[in-house]
Design a binder for this molecule. Structure first.
Ligand code: 26Y
Length: 803
């Protein structure tokens, strides 16, 4: 976007005065932010409109990314960067006497996701727009995002996240595009004009789905795609039927709050309502769009791709069938062909407890027509496969079984592509978790290793590192991240290595200022910063990290004069409110922090910082300051991980199990540049199969580990009587499901190697540089290119993208 500083200052000041009718000098940062956001939205609205029109007029194929979560983070800076006016605006604001960073901070972080899956969706939206690909997001506009986390006496307390309190400058409400979503009622057959009997719905509850659109600004390419989030309202003509506040509330509830759980499927009707609400609204809006093209239904899959992000939107399959059958009068065969060719599905988990399944009666009652369609999909699926695969295999793949509708089965049967999110994860899907389906549909399965947008996670989060890279290898890497590898040429350049060290130190100082001001914890920026940031889960093994910290603490206590590498252990993690074990681990970490941070003898040698309310904005502060990246999940459990990629990109060295995308990180950066430890996936499987794992024996025979574990129950760590006991028992007596005791020694050894290497700054910085330079392949731009070419079959609308 062309914008001079002079013009910006004039136009922005004018916008401010138009909005507020007073002088900008007397305004608050929030008002300045609001005016600036509005100003930017006005500035790109023309391109937004043009992008839309181009897609329609040229009838290009488009993808619709259906996701129940999007976690975009603050948008002001990223929009400025992508519009190409970050420096102009920043300078202009300084001239106006305003504080840019304060303005940035007044944007509330939209917490419309739990973690990895939602953040991935947002990285993908950035890449889709930046590559000039015709793509749209479809999701829910939650009135309240993921809860705000507070610690009270070390315990997690959840407060509502009223992210819309000050409004949302980026969204545009489009009541002209509202659609009706129907729940409940009955299905009857009524004779249609052509004499056929046609399913008709009676006594349904009709909900108005109102879209709020947000522009997804492409990186300096004039492309503005659309993210459409739906809000539930009472249709004005139905107001008369709502007599009590409780009845009205039931409607608002649908889009009131995000489910704060990413591991335990709960069979809650409200969640099913949410899922149908946004998929039905999305499908209807796609259909409305398609009708404008005037093309025949047979061409639908040539123009539309619909992607199902995990099973949450998999009702898109029967919903598209319903529309094609009941509203557009297609035959089952025609509708099914179109649906399968249109839909593709990504799986994000191997955890059984996170696999969605809905009680038959619930689906029948809430979505009677959809249930009929699913039944018929299932009947035909079984009928077709029975003779080919025999009854055992075939019935294991049934969509309706054991009283439930199995959403993953529906998603696989109803789409043409099924992908995992890292090489190892896809292997596990094919050969283990989804093997029955792999036998039936080998060609559907493919891998798409996750990626991250380097624009947010490097250009914006780490401007100094970006400048250093620019000064060494030029700026081509910004549009072709593969070029980052050119940075390897500086592996022996002392000046570059020193600069890397200085940049890291400055980022650590920034984080230290945060912990001091916001948490009252002083940390030494010269200490090694060791970071584990992700949702709290037993399988992610934050607890293994804790055992290592206790081991260090004991060492220091045994010999207070010990020369040990000072470390700061940084945690950021929310636990699902109903996940009590995870919450007990939070309490344990906080109690341990309390003990260690206040122990004079320990001093600077060891500190624990557990940041409250971890989210995208905190990640942007922590990641550039990180030196060690903890990716220590039990092998075979983490589908991919994406913080591993962000940390590597910012020069942290990874300590890892061979799990998720860590395997590919190892492949790209080389075994010498990260620290591997622990069981691999095969070994875990064997131990699980032959039942030969006895943690109690390890406890009894490993004196050091015994000492460490005993601190959980012997009063060493104050105020964790209950939690300490539960955690101790889970490890020692209840079979240590995630093999912490088994991996303990090897983890400690890897940590010792880290300490040792850190003594040699040059060598450390060399490995750091290798990590930065090897992270290009994890750019979401590449991931999205593969989705576009291999699954969605959509083309970039930029003329020079393939040059
Ligand atoms: C059904 C409900 C309980 C549910 C809600 C959210 C289940 C799962 C989720 C979210 C899952 C999620 O975030 N998975 C993560 O996806 C990332 C992106 O692919 C992966 O990197 C990460 O390994 C995986 O845990």
């Amino acid at each position: 976007m062309d914008l001079t500083k002079k013009r910006f200052k004039e136009e922005f000041s004018q916008t401010f005065e138009n909005m507020y009718a007073f002088d900008i000098k007397n305004s608050t940062a929030i008002q300045q932010y609001t005016a600036l956001g509005n100003y930017l939205r006005f500035s790109y609205s023309d391109d937004w409109n043009k992008t839309n029109k181009k897609y329609l007029n040229e009838q290009v194929k488009q993808v619709y990314y259906f996701s129940i979560e999007f976690l975009p983070g603050r948008m002001l800076k990223s929009n400025l960067l992508n519009l190409g006016i970050l420096d102009t605006v920043r300078d202009g604001l300084v001239d106006l006497g305003l504080d840019f960073e304060e303005i940035v901070k007044s944007e509330v972080d939209p917490g419309l996701g739990n973690g990895g899956l939602g953040r991935l969706a947002s990285c993908f939206m950035d890449s889709i727009a930046s590559l000039g690909l015709p793509g749209n997001g479809n999701g829910i506009r939650y009135r309240y995002g993921l809860f705000q986390q507070k610690f009270v006496d070390g315990y997690q307390v959840e407060l509502p996240d009223n992210w819309l309190r000050n409004g949302n400058v980026w969204e545009v409400r489009k009541e002209n595009k509202a659609v009706t979503v129907r729940f409940g009622g009955q299905v009857g057959l009524v004779e249609a004009a052509n004499g056929h009997l046609k399913p008709t719905y009676f006594n349904t509850q009709n909900i108005l789905a109102v879209p709020y659109d947000t522009g997804m600004v492409g990186y300096q390419n004039d492309v503005i795609n659309n993210l459409r989030l739906w809000s539930a309202e009472i249709p004005p003509e139905e107001e008369i039927h709502y007599h009590t506040i409780a009845e009205r509330e039931q409607v608002n509830q649908i889009t009131e709050v995000l489910y704060p759980d990413d591991s335990n499927h709960e069979g809650q009707t409200l969640r099913l309502r949410q899922e149908y609400f946004f998929t039905s609204a999305g499908i209807q809006s796609v259909i409305q769009y398609y009708k404008q093209t005037g093309l025949s239904w047979q061409n639908f899959p040539d123009k539309i791709a619909i992607h199902i992000n995990d099973t949450h939107p998999s009702l898109a399959i029967p919903e598209l069938m319903r529309v094609l059958l009941d509203e557009e009068d297609l035959s089952w065969e025609q509708a099914w062909e179109i649906t399968k060719k249109t839909m593709s599905y990504t799986n994000h988990t191997v955890l059984q407890e996170a696999m969605e399944k809905w009680p038959i009666d619930m689906v029948k009652k809430l979505l009677p027509r959809i249930y009929q369609v699913i039944e018929e999909i299932n009947r035909r699926h079984i009928e077709k496969k029975l003779s080919l695969y025999g009854s055992d295999l075939t019935y294991r793949t049934a969509i309706i079984a054991d009283g439930y509708v199995k959403m993953a089965h529906l998603a696989i049967v109803g789409s043409h592509s099924v992908n995992g999110v890292a090489k190892l994860h896809t292997e596990i899907l094919m050969h283990d978790v989804l093997n029955d389906f792999y036998q039936m549909y080998p060609a559907k399965f493919n891998n798409k290793t996750n990626g991250i947008t380097q624009r947010r996670w490097l250009h914006l989060a780490n401007e100094e590192l970006t400048k250093l890279i620019d000064s060494k290898i030029g700026t081509d890497w910004k549009t072709n991240p593969a070029e980052l590898k050119l940075f390897k040429a500086f592996i022996a350049d002392q000046e570059t290595l020193d600069k890397l060290g200085t940049i890291k130190l400055v980022n650590k100082e920034k984080f230290a200022a945060y912990t001091k001001n916001e948490m009252g914890i002083e940390i030494n920026p010269e200490a090694l910063f060791d970071v584990q940031i992700k949702r709290l889960h037993a399988y992610k093994r934050q607890l293994l990290n804790v055992l290592h910290i206790i081991d260090r603490y004991l060492k220091i206590k045994e010999d207070p004069t010990l020369a040990i590498q000072p470390r700061v252990f940084i945690f950021g993690a929310k636990a699902a409110p109903s996940y009590s074990y995870a919450k007990q681990i939070i309490k344990l970490i906080n109690a341990l922090a309390e003990l260690i941070n206040n122990d004079q003898e320990v001093d600077d040698k060891l500190k624990i910082v557990f940041v409250e309310n971890y989210g995208v904005s905190l990640a942007e502060l922590i990641i550039p300051a990180a030196e060690v990246s903890e990716q220590i999940s039990l092998a075979g459990k983490e589908a991919s991980g994406t913080s591993n990629m962000k940390l590597m990109l910012n020069g942290a060295l990874t300590i890892a199990t061979l799990d998720g995308a860590n395997v590919e990180i190892r492949d790209f950066v080389g075994e010498d540049n990260l620290f591997l430890f622990g069981l691999n996936d095969q070994e875990v499987q064997i131990l699980n199969k032959n039942g030969s794992y006895h943690p109690r024996e390890i406890y009894e025979t490993n004196p050091r580990l015994k000492q460490v574990l005993n601190t959980l129950i012997d009063g060493t760590i104050p105020d964790i009587e209950m939690e300490g006991r539960v955690i101790f028992d889970s490890l020692v007596y209840h079979n240590d499901e995630y093999f912490l005791l088994k991996d303990f020694d090897s983890y400690i050894q890897a940590q010792e190697e880290i300490d040792l290497l850190y003594q040699n700054k040059t060598k450390w910085n060399q490995k750091s540089l290798m990590n930065i330079a090897s992270s290009g392949p994890f750019s979401a731009d590449f991931t999205i290119q593969r989705y576009a070419e291999e699954i969605w079959k959509i083309d970039s609308q930029l003329i020079d993208v393939h040059q």
